[in-house]
Design a protein around this ligand. Sequence first.
Ligand code: C2E
Ligand code: MG
Ligand code: MG
Ligand code: MG
Length: 280
Amino acid sequence: QAKSSGRSALSFFDPTMQAELLARVRLENELRQALANEEWRLHYQPQVDQDGRCIGVEALLRWEHPERGLVTPDVFIHLLESTELINPVGDWVLETACRQLAQWARQPAFAKLSVAVNVSALQFRQVDFVGKVEAILQRTGAPCHKLKLEVTESLFVEARDDAREKMLRLKQHGVRFALDDYGTGYSSLAYLAHLPLDQLKIDKSFVQQVIESKANAAIVESTIALAKSLSLEVIAEGVASDAQQTWLLSHGCRTYQGHRYGQPMPLAALETQLTTEHAS
Ligand code: C2E
Ligand code: MG
Ligand code: MG
Ligand code: MG
């Protein structure tokens, strides 16, 4: 008691807080170097139709840290966003994904794949975001209609008209939009009617409990119905079992992503998996 009240006035010098602060500063410095050191990687997770055929992939960012090994986004995305490093890193993600898309378009076994890329709200709000994407599409020769940008509800809290206008400009080229993590955000239904979206992604937190929890089942069911009535495609993320897929299919959801069909994996592993499926 005495100890904790004694240090609260000078909490900045609390040794554990100081250690955390130092660790964060170090992480930020490492993140600043990661682009120059070519430590960013893209992994790809399959998206499948009701027959299990891979129709697309989601590109997911990984950091190949020299000592820590492969680091997942939960550790660094918020830091990239708070330091605005999300813009150069996001550019790298888009460029890499589009280059891959262009390569796949030339190979019969992969030509049908679409690629979904996560775009953070900060990135989308850059004044020149549309121009950047256009330049990347042109430079890489990626087929525009196979690129899907995943945005979240946070994008529409402010500057909704600006978001809409940017989306419409990109849609003129054929670029498509998915609303990621649907149901976890602000859940204002107004923007759904207002925005030119193509797909709703049902968040994995609902899908994972869809069999066990009546409440989650109700949320998933109503999301599928909402997507249908707004003429949006719907995909369930975090599908981990046959039982979940069967439930989803019987409720009208025909596109899936999750460990049941493959974890996010490096390019070579994905191509091996798809080639094996294509052959059989
Ligand atoms: P997200 O876009 O919702 O991506 C889906 C996340 O769910 C991925 O986590 C994926 O590995 C995980 N997942 C997929 N299937 C399953 C499953 O069956 N079970 C479980 N438990 N998890 C599954 P990951 O790769 O760690 O990415 C986390 C988040 O980081 C992403 O969520 C996305 O919001 C963000 N992110 C990833 N890459 C990028 C990027 O390039 N740019 C931006 N701005 N954000 C990114
Ligand atoms: Mg996503
Ligand atoms: Mg998601
Ligand atoms: Mg998520």
